[in-house]
Design a protein around this ligand. Structure first.
Ligand code: ZN
Length: 266
């Protein structure tokens, strides 16, 4: 009898431990995910009121230009993770994004989930896009965001080998669901110190995909967060803060001058 009770208590304790461990491991709080220095970042510093807006899947008109106008009006710089095929379609918009002081990151050529691609295919997705962004804007992108967040170890390794830092996100307004402006804004309280915030100016390869809700919500997002005392910075600036303001920790563009001729990509 005594033994059975002990066993019961023992198994209960083990069960509780497993629940606690799994809830930590699969925590939906992306702010608690561990950055891997120089390799993969989910968020910036948790002790400073700095945040970074990021826009995925553009350029996509007229929405990217509308977002640029809003950013300009409120003196906010953001980071745009662009799809190569969309840069090909809207090169002048990509140029404008860079010219207005925003940062451009690489978001693959045609938005596949890279975990289903070979290493060679992954490299081509990254290189072709990086080259085009460089050709169009004169800026060599240093940040990569994998489509759908697909980042198994093989993909991360390829991204890293090509000199990119992988940037995910810690807070999403889930604007891609087009749930309505009010619903998008209900997520504002989820923003925290150091948040890398996910928004969309495009939708994968769909040219002209409707992003009017994102555009409509953006001024309120900026105004509310400014009121709460947050400063808006680009992702490289946020990661500089994360690294303790070491001078230009992330300004690696100028160091990574190795270009990959398009002819060698296929
Ligand atoms: Zn995307």
């Amino acid at each position: 009898m005594e033994l059975t009770r002990k066993a019961l208590i023992g198994w209960t304790i083990i069960g509780i431990c497993l629940v606690v461990i799994s809830s930590i491991a699969f925590s939906s709080d992306l702010n608690r995910k561990r950055n891997r220095d120089g390799l993969l970042y989910w968020h910036g510093p948790s002790n400073q009121k700095v945040i970074a807006l990021t826009f995925d899947d553009g350029p996509n008109e007229p929405y990217t230009s509308q977002i640029l106008d809003i950013l300009k009006k409120y003196d906010v710089k953001a980071t745009f993770f662009m799809v190569g095929k969309n840069v090909e379609k809207y090169p002048e918009v990509a140029r404008k994004v860079a010219a207005e002081g925003n940062v451009i990151g690489n978001h693959s050529w045609d938005h596949p989930n890279l975990i289903f691609k070979t290493n060679g295919q992954t490299r081509r997705e990254i290189l072709k896009t990086g080259n085009l962004i460089w050709q169009v804007t004169g800026v060599n992108p240093e940040l990569f965001r994998p489509p759908y967040g697909g980042d198994d170890l093989m993909t991360l390794t390829q991204i890293h080998k090509l000199g990119y830092v992988t940037v995910k996100w810690s807070m999403s307004f889930e604007d891609w669901k087009q749930p309505g402006v009010d619903k998008i804004l209900t997520r504002l309280p989820m923003v925290q110190n150091g948040s890398i915030i996910l928004l969309h100016d495009g939708n994968r390869l769909f040219h002209g995909a409707d992003r009017s809700q994102t555009v409509a919500a953006l001024p309120e997002i900026i105004l509310q967060l400014k009121k709460e005392g947050y400063s808006f910075v680009t992702v490289p600036q946020l990661l500089d803060e994360q690294a303790g303001n070491e001078a230009n920790h992330f300004s690696i563009s100028n160091k990574r001058l190795v270009m990959y001729p398009l002819s060698q990509q296929d």
